[in-house]
Ligand binder design. Structure first.
Ligand SMILES: [Zn+2]
Length: 394
């Protein structure tokens, strides 16, 4: 399966992936998903929001056990974030089928659309629309870098944007959801475990800081006469780092727009995007409040996602089953994550959800350097198959 998809959307220069939602690479990956499902005799459906579902058994009578992830990537992303969960899902079903296992309840694989939000800026688009936390009008009106609205992009891909939105029938098919994902950090390297489970997703948000000044000539404007917004911006970046260190959270200015953007002009406006996350919601909010006051900038909230605590009973059950399946002396460790996932969106919507993480030796993700050893990936499949088998019994 890796051989079939590794070239799709890969930038030959960097080795990074460009798999924007509804791009030609994404459409090819979706077709690959359909073929893999069909090859196994699974029934494939695409829901109103573009999410794909492959079913072993009919979920209309009784909600099923669902696993899966996403196939889109951030720009210049790695091979594992998303696809590892999909490939492992098919592989786990193969393990179960080879054992002659007959699921006692429907077993499904989900491929969520536009998890990364690389194209339209809103992550977990497919699951947010499905659960109704994202207004379909807002989604339809989002634009990509070309200025094309999501509605236009969907129409070009042969989909009907009018039907986007909350889909209780499809959601009702999901009795429990387990997402396998490459770890985005190095906790499992520290604990020495190939596989772990998620305890929580950190609260996280995105804020826009607009620093206003006065654009002017870089040669003729005396220093004393300048109103240069890069100065408070620079102080704010340094202060964000200090505050984050003190509070034990993370804060990042990863996107920046300088206007007018001429090398020979004092800028008139600096727009900078702050991403802040941490285990303690109060600490994240306090950092943003203090930074807002310090910066003197005009600050607006672009998104905020509260903490997601995964179902503790399900988490412990998964950890025990995964630990036993890998013949480990103890349950798989539970770790919090600073990254958002579709599993978090489903959990917030009341679907019992859990995550299985596979060790990432460098901890790097959202980069071509993202990696997981094949032996760890195989252990991930073993653990996932055991978890699915266990959940199908109840
Ligand atoms: Zn992901």
């Amino acid at each position: 399966m890796w051989g079939a998809i590794e070239r799709l959307g890969r930038d030959g220069r960097t080795g990074g992936y460009l798999r924007d939602a509804w791009s030609s690479a994404d459409l090819e990956l979706r077709e690959w998903f359909r073929q893999e499902a069909a090859r196994r005799g699974l029934d494939v459906r695409e829901d109103r929001n573009g999410n794909l579902w492959a079913w072993w058994g009919d979920p209309s009578g009784r909600p099923g056990v669902v696993t899966g992830s996403h196939l889109d990537s951030v720009r210049q992303g790695g091979a594992f974030d998303g696809p590892l969960g999909i490939v492992s899902a098919f592989a786990a079903l193969d393990v179960l089928a080879a054992r002659g296992f007959e699921p006692g309840r429907p077993l499904g694989i989900a491929c969520f659309t536009d998890e990364e939000g690389a194209r339209f800026g809103v992550p977990c688009m497919g699951s947010r629309l499905l659960t109704g936390v994202l207004d379909p009008d807002r989604a339809r009106g989002l634009t990509d870098d070309e200025g094309d609205s999501m509605a236009e992009v969907l129409r070009r891909a042969g989909r009907d944007p009018a039907v986007l939105g909350r889909d209780p029938e499809t959601l009702g098919h999901v009795g429990v959801f387990v997402e396998l994902h490459v770890e985005q950090g190095r906790e499992l390297v520290h604990t020495g475990d190939p596989v772990g489970v998620a305890s929580a997703i950190w609260p996280h948000g995105r804020w826009r800081f607009d620093f206003h000044g006065q654009a002017n000539h870089a040669g003729t404007t005396r220093l004393a006469d300048r109103d240069d917004p890069t100065l408070p911006f620079a102080r704010t970046v340094l202060h964000a780092r200090e505050l984050a260190e003190r509070a034990g959270v993370v804060a990042t200015f990863g996107k920046l727009r300088v206007s007018p953007g001429n090398a020979n002009a004092v800028p008139g406006l600096v727009s900078a995007w702050l991403d802040a996350r941490g285990g303690d919601e109060g600490a994240v909010r306090a950092l943003v409040a203090e930074l807002t006051a310090f910066s003197g900038a005009e600050v607006s909230t672009e998104s905020w996602t509260p903490v997601v605590d995964f179902d503790a009973v399900l988490r412990d059950r998964l950890a025990a089953v995964a630990g036993a399946a890998l013949a480990r002396p103890a349950a798989a460790p539970a770790l919090p994550t600073g990254a958002g996932h579709d599993a978090g969106i489903l959990a917030a919507a009341g679907v019992p959800s859990a995550m299985v993480f596979v060790r990432n030796p460098t901890g790097i993700s959202h980069s071509p350097e993202e990696h997981a050893e094949e032996s760890d990936c195989r252990l991930g499949v073993t653990a996932l198959a055991a978890v699915l088998e266990d959940l199908c019994r109840s």
